[in-house]
Write a protein that binds this ligand. Structure first.
Ligand SMILES: [Zn+2]
Length: 126
């Protein structure tokens, strides 16, 4: 069911809201997602609104540097970023939603570790 949710980083400087169906949450097995423990929820630019913290965000890039991995430079949380798989969309970290009970959701697996091989492209996030 499509609903509007709010979320943010841990210190509260970065705040956002978006409209999506939480059934779309996936868990990726690539190196960076495994270490972060991020749960992905990909939404369109129209479904997403940054409410605050634009100047508190910084980015980490690796490999070819195509995907900016955005995080809060104060608390280190990674509330959302622009995914290389959908560069015109926003990948929200569902774990950063307000009052989110992770026990109510079973994310669908996403095989990001082998994405590179299947796409035959030189792109990051591995
Ligand atoms: Zn923060």
């Amino acid at each position: 069911m499509m609903q509007t949710y709010q979320g943010g980083c841990h210190c509260g400087r970065v705040r956002f809201k978006f409209t999506a169906d939480l059934d779309g949450i996936t868990e990726c097995n690539c190196s960076i997602c495994t270490k972060k423990g991020i749960w992905h929820l990909i939404v369109s630019q129209e479904q997403f609104e940054l409410l605050g913290g634009k100047d508190d965000l910084t980015t980490y890039t690796f490999n070819t540097g195509v995907a900016p991995h955005t995080f809060c430079k104060h608390c280190g949380m990674h509330p959302f970023y622009v995914p290389r798989s959908d560069p015109d969309k926003i990948d929200v970290n569902a774990r950063c939603l307000d009052d989110f009970d992770i026990n109510t959701i079973t994310p669908k697996p996403f095989d990001g570790a082998n994405w590179e091989d299947s796409m035959k492209k030189d792109v990051p996030w591995r």
